[in-house]
Write a protein that binds this ligand. Structure first.
Ligand code: PMP
Length: 430
């Protein structure tokens, strides 16, 4: 495998783009080495500028659930382009999209389209504050909700401590309204709510967090949150940017049977184009401008090309429930294969897995929250990442990310992934 063009591009990119990339994790900082520059992608494979091919386990961080460049989306997008690329006015596509989302995610009665997951979560929090008339909200440690100021708050400062900014540029004034609590710990939420009684607008979380690596909700946890929120008049917001349309047609809320007040969506909803959305109960959503006082807008929101791609994707998922059976089977095959390898090699690492998302943590302990995730050996993960890459498997370049599987993974490719995993684990322990 020769990697020369990616290296040259990265050198040049660093002259004109901060850190050479348009989103930080792409720079491979956490795993060493230079990032690959991607030329094209098709089905289960991604190709770098040197035409090396890799089996994809990130899939653009989730959206490409059917694999890359599926003909049904490509053809619809090309056709839509013939009619114009942006109107800045309402279209029939947007109505169809809203109706379809409401059908697939029943807690969403009304929905507003935006252009990214970040916009969706920022808008949902503003709406929750506007609706309840309260300023504070609870965010869980290790959960990621995009780069809006109030979400960039350091984890780990303890459940009852006020947040402190995680990034220069986020003011202390903003940070003080973000309250932090650990995941999978109902008592911590109860304590926080007792201390800040009557001050909390919302609790936002990834119901199945993927941004500290994949962690699963303890039995009863999501139900417990729902109960606390109901009792205290706090809006429960599920950030399903990753899990929406992936864990089930109706996302994690369908899988776990817990209904949030608001839901944020992204990734799959755009079929690979930049789309996000937030939605929920009618009476709350009607607080959004122009029907209500909470302002939120977007020049390219509901863009006809993006709506076309998203509609084709969602209709396909809605009409073909076997996609989920297949995705779940692929997730089970890979993680069962990995576990068998760990057992064979006498390694005690932790695999967390739900449906078509999984993480292999280089830790001998159960990973249930941010604190336990952080105990993983990130240096060893870096070696594993490079060993897998060398064998043609493209992983997320950080221990603290979930992998996202697609229906494009054939049994043959699954076999290759399992073998590469075994060889890589042997190599890094030599
Ligand atoms: N919420 C979650 C749960 C996410 O995983 C992400 C992005 N990975 C976001 C929000 C932000 O989405 P975007 O990158 O589209 O702004």
């Amino acid at each position: 495998m020769q990697i020369t063009k990616s290296k040259a591009l990265f050198e040049k990119a660093k002259q004109f783009i901060p850190g050479g990339v348009n989103s930080p994790v792409r720079a491979f900082r956490a795993v060493g080495g230079d990032p690959l520059f991607i030329k094209r992608a098709d089905g289960a494979f991604i190709y770098d500028e040197d035409e090396n091919s890799y089996i994809e386990l990130i899939n653009s961080w989730g959206p490409m659930i059917l694999g890359h460049n599926p003909p049904l989306i490509r053809e619809a997008v090309i056709k839509a382009m013939e009619k114009g690329t942006s109107f800045g006015a309402p279209t029939a596509h947007e109505v169809e999209m809203a109706e379809l989302i409401a059908k697939m995610v029943p807690s969403v009665e009304k929905v507003r389209m935006v252009n990214s997951g970040t916009e969706a979560t920022m808008s949902a929090i503003r709406l929750a504050r506007g609706y309840t008339g309260k300023d504070k909200f609870i965010k869980l440690e290790g959960h990621y909700h995009g780069h809006g100021d109030s979400f960039l708050i350091s984890a780990g400062s303890g459940a009852i401590t006020l947040g402190s900014p995680d990034s220069p540029g986020v003011t202390k004034g903003t940070a003080k309204d973000t309250l932090l609590a650990p995941y999978n710990n109902l008592e911590a939420i109860e304590n926080l709510v007792a201390i800040h009684k009557g001050e909390i607008a919302a609790l936002i979380l990834e119901p199945v967090p993927g941004n500290m690596g994949l962690v699963t909700p303890a039995p009863g946890y999501l139900e417990g949150l729902r109960k606390i929120c109901d009792k205290e008049g706090i809006l429960l917001i599920f950030d399903e940017v990753m899990t929406g349309f992936r864990l089930a047609k109706g996302g994690a809320q369908e899988m776990y049977g817990v209904t949030p007040d608001l839901t944020t969506l992204g990734k799959i909803i755009g079929g690979g184009l930049p789309v996000g959305a937030y939605g929920g109960k009618k009476e709350i959503m009607d607080f959004v401008s122009p029907s209500g006082p909470v302002y939120q807008a977007g020049t390219l929101s509901g863009n006809p090309i993006a709506m076309t791609a998203g509609l084709v994707m969602l209709h396909h998922l809605d009409e073909n429930p076997e996609v989920y059976t297949r995705l779940n089977a692929i997730g089970s095959k890979i993680t069962t294969g990995f576990q068998a390898t760990l057992d064979k090699l006498g390694l005690d690492y932790t695999i967390n897995h739900v449906g078509s998302m999984y993480s292999l943590f280089f830790s001998n302990h159960a990973v249930t929250d941010f604190e336990s995730a952080k105990k993983s050996d990130t240096v060893l993960f870096g070696k594993y990442f490079q060993a897998m890459l060398k064998r043609g498997i493209y992983l997320a370049p950080s221990q603290f990310e979930s992998l996202f599987l697609s229906t494009a993974l054939s049994d043959d490719l699954i076999g290759k992934i399992i073998s590469a995993n075994e060889e890589s684990l042997i190599e890094i322990h030599q």
